[in-house]
Design a protein. Structure first.
Lengths: 397, 478
C-alpha cells in the first residue's frame, strides 16, 4: 500500500486536513526539508553498548604486556589485520580493514575522559550528554545541537530505533526515533492522533507542549515517510539488526531526507564471560554492516558527505578475568569512517600498557575533543555553545 | 480555567497526593471536608506492609555466593543460577512496590516514597535484592516522618553506601563520592559548599560501612579520627556530625522544599512561597507530614495555574491507570516493559541525580507510546515497540521476553457502577471529570464523544470513551 492509498483508506484524513490551521500549514511547509548543517554534511553515530573491549578490537600485537595480561583471550599476532607496525584490527573485521586500505578509516586511540566511571549507565550518560564525570546534564550533545540550530526540526536528528536516546534530547527540541518510517507513519495516522495533532491550546503551557510535540511528530513522521520512499537502495546488507538499521539510514540519506545526524546502536558488548566468541560475532556484524553501508554510499557517490563515528561507553581492563572475559575499564578507541577525511591513518599513539591507573588505560584524547571537532569543522556548528566550553580540536582535516 | 469546583479540587489532590482516584473514591472525597481527606491520605506507618522478596536471614549476596563456590558448597552452574535468581528478585521487588502504589492504600506515603526514590536515587548494584528491599522499606517507613530521620537512615543504608562507594572510603585513602552526593544532591545543592567541605566530610564518613547481611556498621579501625574543619567548624567529627551540620543549614530546608514544591505543586517555582514553606519546614523540625498537610490544605494549591502542569512519570502513569480501573496484569513482564520503554524502572534510576522528570519524559516516541498505552492495557493488544537494550548483562531479567504481550483483568463493572445514573449525553464529560485534570474542550468532545454506534451497549460505550479519554495528551497530566 503506498501513501496515497493509505490516505484514501483513512476515514479521518479529509476532516483532519481541513482542520489544520492555515498558519501552521504555511509554517510546516516553509521549515520542511531544510538540513541543519550548512555544509550538507551528515554524521552517523554507531554506539556499541555494553563496553566494547578496545584492546581486542584494535590489537597492540607487538606488545608483550598485552599477551602477558591476556593469556587466553589475546588475539595472536598472525591473526591480526595489521594497520601499521604496532596495531591491527580484530580478524573478524575484514570489511573494515578493506575500508582502511581504501583510505576511509581514521582510528583514534585512548579516548576517554577525566575520572572515568565504570558503570554502564553512568558512563553512557557521560558520553551521551558530554558532561564531566561529576556533572549531571539532562540534555544530550546532539539534542543541544538541535537546540542551537535555527529552524531545526525533530527529523534533523534521527535515531533508527523505537525509543529516543538521551544523546538526541534537547532542551527546546528532541530528535525523532524512527525504526521504520512506515510503521511510525501508520502510528500517527490513527484518527485520534491525527485530529489531536491539529488542536492547539495556547493558554496552558504544559498542555501546549504536549500538543506541539504531537504536531511535530505527525508532520515529521509524514515528512520522513514521504521522503523515504523516493529512492530505495538496491544494495545488499547483512541480515541482522545493525545491517537493517544502517540500510534504513542509507535509504534516508539517498532519498534526500534533511537529516544531519543519524544515531544507531548495537548491544551485547558486556563480555565478562567467554569474551572471544561473543565479541567476534558482534565485531563481525559491525564490520559487515559498515562495509555494506560505505559500499552503498560509494556507489551513490556520497562517501565524502557522510561520516560514521563509532564509540562505546568504556573499554575494558587490560588484564583478563578468571572467566575468559574482561571487566569494565576506561579509555578505548573511536573510529571515524568516510566524511572525506585524509586517507588511511591512525591518528595517535597506541595505548601505553606500562603506564596504567589501577590496571586501566589512561586516556589521552577527551571524547569531547572529537565532538567539538565534528561539530565545528564537519557540521559547521558552534561547538562551544553546544558543549558548554572549548575543547581543543583534533587535527583531523 | 475558572476557579476549581469541589470535585475538581478533590481530583487535583488525589492526583498529586496519591495515584489518582477511582470514581467512587472521588465521589466520597467530594462529600468530605478537605482536612478530613488529607488526614486520611496521611495514613499510618504501622499499617504499612513491608515489601518482601527475600528473607534477610537466608539471603546471600553475590559475594557471599562466590565464597560458597570457593568453599566447595556450590558449583559454578549453581552459582550462575543463584545470581540469576537474585536479579529476578530485584524485578519482583519492583513489581511488588508497583502493586502497593496501585492498591491505593497508604497512597500519599507511597507517592512520597517514590519521590524520595528519585531524590535519594540509588541503583541496584550486583543484583542485591536484600539491600534494595531494605532501602525501599526505609524510604516508605520514613516518607512522612522527619527529613532528619530519613536522611540519617538512608545515608546508612547498605545499598546507598555501596552505590556511592563508601565501603572504599577509608582513613588515609578517602573516596569522596558519598560525601559529595550527600551535599550536592541530598541536602544543599550544587554551589553551596566548597571542595574543602567535601574533602573534610569524606574523612568524617570513613568507617561508615555495611555487612553482607545488610547491617550498617561503624568500623573504627578505618575511621579517620583526626580533626576536620568544615563549614567553619573544627572537631573530630564523625558522619553523624556532618549530617547534623547539614540539617542545621537553612539551605538544606530550602533545597528540599523547592524540590517537593516542583514535584507536588508546580514545576515552576514560586520563590517567595518556597521561602516561606522552607522556613516553616525547618522551624517544625523537618516534619514532612506537617509540610505536606500545609501544602494540600492551602488555597493556592488549588489555583488553576497549578492544575494540569505535572507530567506523570511512567510509574505514576502505570500505577494510576491500574488504580483507577482496578487493573491486574496476568503476567509480570509487560509492566517492566512499560517502565523500560518510557524510561523509569524502579530501582534503576539513570544516575544518582534521579530521573530528571517534567518535559524530559516526553519526546515523539514516548508520547505516542503513552497515548497508545490504554489500548495495549485495556484491549490486550500486542505492542509493536521494543525498548533499547542497555548492554549490561546484569539487567537481562528486566528485558525478558513476553513484555509486549499484555494480558490484563479490568474491573469494568466496578468502574461503570459509578456512572449508572449519568445520562448518556453527559457521559463524556462525567468520565473526563474523573480521568482528566482539565475539562473537555469543545473540539475534543466532538472528537471522542460521537453518538452511540448502532448496537453499542452502554457498557461498551463507557469502555470506548474511557479508552479514548485515557489516550488524550491531557491524561498524561495532573
Amino acid at each position: 500500500m503506498n501513501r496515497r492509498d493509505f490516505i484514501r483508506q483513512s476515514a479521518f484524513t479529509t476532516a483532519g486536513t481541513m482542520l489544520i490551521p492555515q498558519f501552521l500549514k504555511a509554517y510546516e511547509a516553509q521549515a520542511m526539508g531544510q538540513t541543519m548543517a550548512p555544509s550538507g554534511k551528515i554524521l552517523v553515530v554507531v554506539q556499541l553498548s555494553g563496553g566494547n573491549d578496545g584492546l581486542n578490537t584494535v590489537v597492540p600485537f607487538r606488545n608483550d604486556i598485552y599477551y602477558r595480561e591476556r593469556p587466553t583471550i589475546a588475539i595472536r599476532p598472525e591473526n591480526v589485520l595489521k594497520l601499521n607496525d604496532d596495531i591491527g584490527l580484530h580478524p573478524a573485521m575484514t570489511p573494515l580493514k578493506a575500508l582502511y586500505d581504501e583510505g576511509l578509516v581514521t582510528v583514534i586511540n585512548n579516548v576517554g575522559y577525566p575520572n572515568p566511571d565504570r558503570s554502564h549507565f553512568r558512563s553512557m550518560d557521560i558520553w551521551q550528554t558530554g558532561s564531566d564525570s561529576d556533572q549531571y546534564l539532562q540534555t544530550g550533545w546532539l539534542g543541544r545541537y538541535l537546540d542551537k540550530t535555527d529552524k531545526a526540526r525533530p527529523y534533523n536528528a534521527l535515531e533508527v530505533d523505537d525509543t529516543l536516546s538521551l544523546a538526541l534530547k534537547g532542551d527546546r527540541l528532541n530528535g525523532l526515533a524512527v525504526l521504520d518510517p512506515k510503521k511510525l507513519y501508520n502510528q500517527t495516522r490513527s484518527g485520534l492522533v491525527r485530529n489531536l495533532s491539529q488542536q492547539h491550546d495556547h493558554d496552558h503551557e504544559t498542555v501546549g507542549y504536549l500538543y506541539k510535540t504531537l504536531a511535530e511528530t505527525v508532520s515529521s513522521a509524514e515528512y520522513v515517510f514521504d521522503k523515504a520512499t523516493v529512492r530505495s537502495t538496491m544494495a545488499t546488507y547483512p541480515a541482522h539488526e545493525l545491517g537493517n538499521r544502517l540500510k534504513t539510514v542509507s535509504q534516508l540519506i539517498q532519498s534526500g531526507v534533511a537529516t544531519s545526524v543519524y544515531y544507531v546502536s548495537i548491544s551485547g558488548f558486556d563480555t565478562h564471560i567467554n569474551q572471544p566468541g561473543q565479541q567476534e560475532r558482534l565485531l563481525k556484524q559491525y564490520a559487515e554492516a559498515v562495509g555494506a553501508f560505505m559500499a552503498d554510499l560509494k556507489a551513490a557517490g556520497r562517501q565524502n558527505d557522510v561520516m560514521l563515528m563509532t564509540f562505546s561507553e568504556f573499554g575494558r581492563r587490560v588484564k583478563q578475568n578468571a572467566s575468559n572475559g574482561t571487566d569494565h575499564g576506561t579509555a578505548s578507541n573511536v573510529f571515524l569512517i568516510g566524511g572525506g577525511l585524509p586517507s588511511q591513518r591512525v591518528l595517535n599513539e597506541a595505548p601505553n600498557l606500562s603506564d596504567l591507573t589501577e590496571g586501566d588505560l589512561k586516556y589521552t584524547v577527551d571524547f569531547r575533543q572529537i565532538y567539538a571537532t565534528l561539530l565545528r569543522h564537519y557540521l559547521g556548528a558552534d561547538d562551544v555553545a553546544i558543549l558548554g566550553r572549548r575543547f581543543d580540536a583534533l587535527k583531523l582535516v | 480555567m475558572d476557579k476549581l469546583t469541589k470535585q475538581q479540587q478533590r481530583k487535583h489532590l488525589l492526583d498529586r497526593a496519591a495515584f489518582g482516584a477511582t470514581p467512587a473514591e472521588l465521589a466520597e472525597a467530594s462529600r468530605q471536608s478537605l482536612p478530613a481527606v488529607v488526614r486520611r491520605l496521611m495514613g499510618r506507618p504501622d499499617t504499612l506492609p513491608e515489601l518482601k522478596v527475600v528473607d534477610p536471614e537466608t539471603a546471600v549476596t553475590k559475594r557471599g555466593l562466590r565464597g560458597m563456590v570457593r568453599d566447595g558448597q556450590l558449583d559454578r552452574d549453581a552459582l550462575k543460577e543463584r545470581i540469576r535468581m537474585n536479579a529476578e528478585k530485584v524485578r519482583d521487588l519492583n513489581l511488588q512496590w508497583l502493586d502497593r502504589m496501585a492498591s491505593g492504600e497508604n497512597a500519599l506515603r507511597e507517592k512520597m516514597a517514590l519521590f524520595w526514590h528519585g531524590h535519594f536515587a540509588c541503583r541496584t548494584m550486583g543484583q542485591n535484592p536484600l539491600f534494595m528491599q531494605l532501602y525501599a522499606n526505609t524510604l516508605r517507613q520514613h516518607a512522612l516522618g522527619t527529613f532528619s530521620d530519613l536522611l540519617m537512615a538512608v545515608s546508612k543504608e547498605p545499598a546507598m553506601l555501596q552505590f556511592l562507594n563508601n565501603q572504599q572510603n577509608r582513613k588515609n585513602a578517602p573516596n569522596e563520592n558519598f560525601a559529595r552526593e550527600v551535599m550536592e544532591l541530598f541536602t544543599l545543592g550544587r554551589g553551596n559548599y566548597t571542595e574543602q567541605d567535601i574533602k573534610e566530610a569524606a574523612r568524617a564518613f570513613t568507617g561508615w560501612q555495611f555487612t553482607l547481611d545488610g547491617q550498617f556498621v561503624f568500623r573504627e579501625r578505618v575511621h579517620d579520627e583526626g580533626e576536620k574543619t568544615l563549614f567553619g567548624q573544627t572537631g573530630a567529627f564523625r558522619g553523624e556530625d556532618v549530617i547534623r551540620m547539614l540539617l542545621d543549614k537553612p539551605q538544606t530546608a530550602r533545597h528540599i522544599t523547592a524540590k517537593i514544591y516542583r514535584f507536588f505543586v508546580n514545576e515552576t517555582e514560586d520563590k517567595k512561597r518556597v521561602d516561606e514553606l522552607a522556613a516553616r519546614f525547618r522551624k517544625n523540625g523537618y516534619d514532612m507530614a506537617d509540610l505536606m498537610t500545609h501544602i494540600f490544605t492551602a488555597d493556592w494549591f488549588y489555583e488553576p495555574q497549578n492544575v494540569g502542569t505535572h507530567i506523570k512519570s511512567p510509574v505514576e502513569l502505570l500505577a494510576g491507570m491500574r488504580h483507577t480501573l482496578n487493573i491486574t496484569f496476568d503476567q509480570p513482564q509487560p509492566q517492566l516493559f512499560v517502565q523500560r520503554t518510557l524510561g523509569q524502572v524502579l530501582f534503576y534510576p539513570p544516575n544518582v541525580a534521579g530521573w530528571p522528570g517534567g518535559k524530559n519524559w516526553i519526546d515523539s516516541s514516548s508520547l505516542l507510546f503513552r497515548m497508545q498505552l490504554p489500548n495495549y492495557v485495556l484491549k490486550a493488544a500486542d505492542v509493536p515497540v521494543r525498548p533499547k537494550e542497555d548492554g549490561d548483562v546484569n539487567t537481562e531479567a528486566l528485558a525478558r521476553k513476553g513484555g509486549q504481550t499484555f494480558r490484563t483483568t479490568v474491573d469494568w463493572a466496578g468502574f461503570e457502577e459509578s456512572f449508572a445514573k449519568t445520562p448518556d449525553a453527559d457521559l463524556p464529560d462525567a468520565l473526563a471529570a474523573v480521568l482528566l485534570p482539565l475539562p473537555l474542550r469543545a473540539e475534543q468532545r466532538s472528537l471522542i464523544g460521537k453518538p452511540n454506534q448502532p448496537g453499542q451497549t452502554r457498557s461498551e460505550r463507557i469502555r470506548a470513551l474511557t479508552t479514548a479519554l485515557m489516550s488524550l495528551p491531557e491524561y498524561q497530566l495532573t
